[in-house]
Ligand binder design. Structure first.
Ligand SMILES: N[C@@H](CCC(=O)N[C@@H](CS)C(=O)NCC(=O)O)C(=O)O
Length: 232
């Protein structure tokens, strides 16, 4: 069995959540760092929709491709979940987490994109766009006022699936986030962003297409991303 290969983009929130889950599950994959402007042909052959992250399992002749970030998280955690991110003892936890992740991906993310655009291009609707993000953000704040993490007293799949998107929200208008009424969310975000886990997940790798050329000079084609044994 060959090592799984993860096509990854440094600052993509979907790739980040996949890397976080892989680390938390203590799996090992080979990272192939790419940029959107130059997607490797073999990636497009494996997953023609052309998004990252993409995980490739098996051999070249019999490759299994997982090209949705949430599916990659679940793949990793179903193999090994030493910190119980799936809250396995609670049958209602996973469906609840999947519902909120779906809401994040389908509703919050497009709203967040509008907010980012408004800020970036100095449009006059920044405030309006931010207000459209607020119900989702406030629902997270409400959860965190009950317990340290989104599902309870320990981290869950939900925390790591949403973390990169909350991070993006906090960075659109940093001043506003600092001054905003997100006391619990700010602490939660700070906790995660300062963790060793997050630093590991954000390690910068040389671009695979460039490394591929170097590889012919004897360097490894990909770099390993190894998981820590403890929770952040
Ligand atoms: N639903 C996908 C979304 C992934 C996605 O949209 N990733 C962005 C990068 S952050 C992408 O690859 N976009 C394609 C492009 O910009 O060409 C997932 O969860 O994996």
């Amino acid at each position: 069995m060959t090592q799984p290969i993860l096509y990854s983009l440094q600052n993509c929130p979907y790739a980040m959540r996949a890397r976080l889950a892989i680390l938390m599950s203590e799996q090992t994959v080979l990272i192939r760092a790419i940029v959107m402007q130059n997607k490797p042909a073999e990636l497009l052959a494996l997953s023609p929709k052309g998004t990252v992250p993409v995980l490739v399992l098996g051999t070249e002749a019999h490759a299994q491709v997982i090209d949705e970030s949430l599916d990659i998280m679940l793949w990793a955690l179903n193999i090994s979940d030493p910190n119980n991110l799936l809250y396995a003892e609670d049958a209602k936890a996973l469906p609840e987490m999947l519902t909120i992740i779906n809401e994040n991906d389908q509703q919050f993310k497009p709203t967040l994109e509008r907010y980012k655009r408004a800020k970036r291009f100095h449009e006059d609707n920044e405030e309006e766009c931010r207000l459209q993000c607020e119900p989702f953000i406030q629902a997270l704040e409400q959860r965190l006022s009950q317990h340290l993490f989104l599902m309870g007293s320990t981290p869950s799949l939900l925390d790591f699936a949403l973390l990169p998107f909350v991070r993006q929200f906090s960075r659109v208008n940093r001043q506003h986030f600092r001054d905003g009424s997100y006391t619990y969310l700010k602490n939660w975000l700070k906790h995660h962003l300062q963790s060793q886990l997050f630093s590991k997940a954000m390690l910068k790798y040389p671009l695979w297409l460039e490394t591929y050329e170097e590889n012919r000079l004897g360097k490894p084609a990909s770099l390993e991303l190894r998981g820590p044994s403890t929770c952040p």
